[in-house]
Design a protein around this ligand. Structure first.
Ligand code: ARG
Length: 455
């Protein structure tokens, strides 16, 4: 134990287990050892360790790391957390000189440093996984540039769009996710080490050199703030909740479209499951989990904010509660993002089913625009086409099949050429302004996307 001196009684066993974090913070071992090696270097530079002592400590720490890497490290009762476990083992390996490592340091600045180091590495991996998902989206969008589909608002048919245009909408969501992640990383790469328990360290520690050693871009400016600052955890959880919400939207779309009623897409067998009872079933389980896990990640953010809200300044043990939601969010997305990419890459797009779902009614806006081009104010043309829709419904015909005489009865400026409007490809092709769904605009969009992710 690291702190027994002032106690005469022993801790209650259950209390000890309640306080232990080793079961989950063991994954910080590499970050913890990296931080301690840098700290040993800083102590030597400050004249608190001889070079020989530093080398002994560093060699010992490397051995501890090798044991973790090999899976031979033995966690013992009394190893309260990863910091305690590493220091205990270091002492067994190199003797009393191990006791010099914690000079001028507290577990408060240590754990904050470890968690930042760990998260920075995880964020790099998550960014790479997101970029790969973006490449899957662009590849599919480019390959199926010919496919038309209904665009929906309020889950009702709205206007025709290219399937590629719809799919690319996710590229830009993921792009914002990556921008936000980079922003979180900027504030995560700030070094708490050298701030001690709360007041700073009394020794001549060069914190800038320490930051450079550990790859931090800056040092924390205030020790009171540094030891309790978990903004980066809250920001990461907010990031994860939003990224997961994007995945949930994609999942929901695909689940509906994979239904027999829509049949717009077919999921690959690799990403589907069967039913133990109904032999015909092919279920989109991974997409349902993608949708469901949004609730879980939103919960992590809300839960952790509630923890933060309850504590005063300075380190409080409540902060140990930062780890499990953070690790779970990292694990969830690390596992899920490659699955999302796989689902997109293997997705079968059923162009004929999408085409069959296109209804003339979706071109009513184009018909209003036809009148606009003849000088009719849009508000008026909107109303006139609304009347045409009502009339067609009463006659039981589609807009494109309603006789010209009926149109003329509503408004005399309707001409024979109005029927040219009832062409879904033409409707899409006309939306050429940047950000629109015309094939040229989508090609330009894809070019700009490729410039961001390569491939
Ligand atoms: N396991 C603790 C945590 O995760 C480490 C820091 C403990 N510091 C302390 N003063 N008890 O927060």
């Amino acid at each position: 134990m690291l702190w027994g001196g002032r106690f005469s009684g022993k801790p209650d066993d259950t209390m000890r287990r309640f306080g232990d974090s080793i079961a989950f913070d063991v994954r910080l071992y590499a970050a913890d050892i990296r931080g301690s090696i840098a700290w040993a270097g800083a102590l030597a530079r400050a004249g608190l360790l001889t070079d020989a002592e530093r080398d002994q400590i560093v060699a010992g720490l490397e051995q501890v790391r090798a044991e973790f890497d090999a899976g031979t490290f033995q966690i013992k009762p009394g190893d309260e957390d990863i910091h305690t476990a590493v220091e205990r083992r270091l002492g067994e390996l190199i003797g009393p000189v191990a006791g010099k490592l914690h000079t001028g340091r507290s577990r408060n600045d240590q754990v904050a440093t470890d968690l930042r180091l760990y998260l920075l590495e995880q964020m790099r991996a998550l960014d790479a996984a997101l970029a790969d998902l973006q490449r899957a989206v662009v590849d599919k969008a480019e390959a199926r540039l010919d496919v038309l589909m209904p665009g929906y608002t309020h889950m009702q048919q709205a206007q025709p769009v290219l399937f590629s245009h719809y799919l690319m909408s996710f590229f830009w969501r993921f792009q914002r996710d990556r921008e936000r992640l980079a922003d979180v990383a900027r504030r995560t790469a700030v070094l708490p080490l050298g701030c001690g328990a709360i007041a700073g360290t009394p020794f001549a520690i060069d914190r800038e050199a320490l930051a450079a050693d550990l790859g931090f871009a800056a040092v924390a400016e205030n020790s009171v703030d540094a030891v309790a600052d978990r903004d980066f955890v809250a920001e990461f959880l907010a990031w994860a909740a939003l990224a997961q919400t994007h995945l949930s939207t994609l999942a929901e779309d695909l689940i509906i479209w994979a239904s027999r009623e829509f049949g717009f897409v077919t999921l690959d067998d690799a990403y589907s499951t069967g039913s133990s009872l109904m032999p015909q079933k092919k279920n989109p389980d991974p997409l349902e989990l993608m949708r469901g896990k949004a609730g879980r990640l939103i919960g992590h953010l809300a839960g952790f904010l509630a923890t933060l809200k309850g504590i005063p300044s300075g380190y409080d043990k409540d902060l140990q509660e930062d780890k499990e939601p953070l690790f779970d969010a990292v694990d969830t997305l690390a596992l899920e993002l490659p699955i999302a990419a796989g689902i997109i890459r293997t997705l079968k797009v059923n162009a004929e089913r999408m085409a069959a779902a296109l209804d003339d009614g979706m071109l009513a806006t184009d018909l209003a625009d036809y009148l606009v081009r003849r000088g009719v104010p849009f508000r008026e043309s909107h109303h006139l086409v609304g009347q045409a829709v009502k009339r067609a419904e009463a006659l039981g015909v589609s807009l494109g099949k309603m006789p010209l005489a009926e149109y003329r009865a509503i408004y005399p400026a309707f001409g024979e050429d109005l029927y040219a409007v009832f062409d879904f490809g033409r409707s899409v092709a006309m939306r050429q302004a940047r950000g629109g769904t015309s094939p040229d605009a989508v090609r330009a969009q894809i070019r700009r996307a490729r410039a961001l992710v390569g491939g």
